[in-house]
Write a new protein. Structure first.
Length: 246
């Protein structure tokens, strides 16, 4: 039985990935901040392991990986936060917090897991970026910078850790009606405007992201490394669709 360790797994996209991995036969390490929430989700899976840790804290991450036992076959660096506001007024503390969770946290967990994967002969790392890591968005300055950093860090992992048998890729979700974006999409006009802006004509759901993660984790992606796959219904390529020639 393969093991998938998922950070930020207690809610939103992480929980959807955990359920999909469970259905796919993985033993799932459920890493998140609140022990009771990790236990609740892990307990609902066939082989879930609750792991309470903060991705910013290398000691708690090491302890979580020790508790998991053998090296994870797959690590999904999914934990993330969003702080919005105009860059001109962005509090320095908020900027640092977003970078610590969304970028430093990816490095901390990946390094700890990669050392174990190297000793075990290989593994797969999937880092959660965002279409905001590819294109900036108003009022999301720190988030954009961190998610762009995740893409660069993923490429770096792929060239440095390939020799250890480790593949590293990033996933860049678009307009997903789940997790941190769910409250935003409760507004019907926002839902309609954004859904209509997507070439595939709808908002994404958490399962769309989870299935891409399972593909990248699988041997079907055995020769894919250093890539960022947008799960966005085509929206990042649609700027000129908004500004037709005629
Ligand atoms: N939902 C979207 O529309 C969307 C779009 C693009 C990218 N993403 C990315 O997907 C990932 C999951 O987001 P979501 O929408 O499910 O959000 P969410 O808020 O529902 O879930 C994030 C999870 O991360 C956990 N977390 C936060 N800080 C942590 C820390 N320091 N240590 C450990 N866990 C921590 C939270 O407790 C939570 O369970 C994030 O990286 C986010 O940036 C989401």
């Amino acid at each position: 039985m393969k093991t998938m360790l998922i950070t930020g797994a207690a809610h939103g996209l992480g929980a959807a990935i955990a359920r999909a991995a469970d259905s796919d036969g993985y033993r799932v390490g459920v890493l998140d901040l609140v022990a009771e929430e990790c236990e609740a989700l892990a307990g609902s899976l066939s082989a879930g392991v609750p792991l309470c840790a903060d991705v910013r804290d290398p000691h708690s991450v090491e302890a979580a990986l020790d508790a998991l036992g053998d090296a994870p076959d797959v690590l999904v660096n999914n934990a993330g936060i969003l702080r919005t506001g105009p860059l001109i007024d962005h509090a320095v503390e908020d900027f640092a917090l977003v970078m610590q969770v969304n970028l430093n946290g990816v490095f901390v967990v990946a390094q700890s897991a990669a050392r174990r994967m190297r000793d075990a002969g290989g593994g797969v790392i999937i880092n959660m970026s965002s279409i905001n890591g590819i294109h900036p968005s108003p009022n999301c300055g720190a988030y954009v910078a961190a998610k762009a950093g995740v893409i660069g860090l993923t490429q770096q992992m792929s060239i440095e850790w390939g020799e250890y048998g480790i593949r590293a890729n990033a996933v860049a979700p678009g307009f997903i009606d789940a997790g941190m974006s769910a409250p935003f999409y409760e507004n019907e006009s926002v839902r309609n405007n954004r859904g209509n802006a997507v070439p595939l004509g709808r908002l994404g759901v958490a399962e769309d992201v989870a299935q891409c993660v399972l593909f990248l984790a699988s041997d079907a992606a055995a020769y894919v490394s250093g890539q960022t796959i947008a799960v966005d219904g085509g929206v990042i390529n649609s700027v000129l669709r908004q500004l037709p020639r005629e």
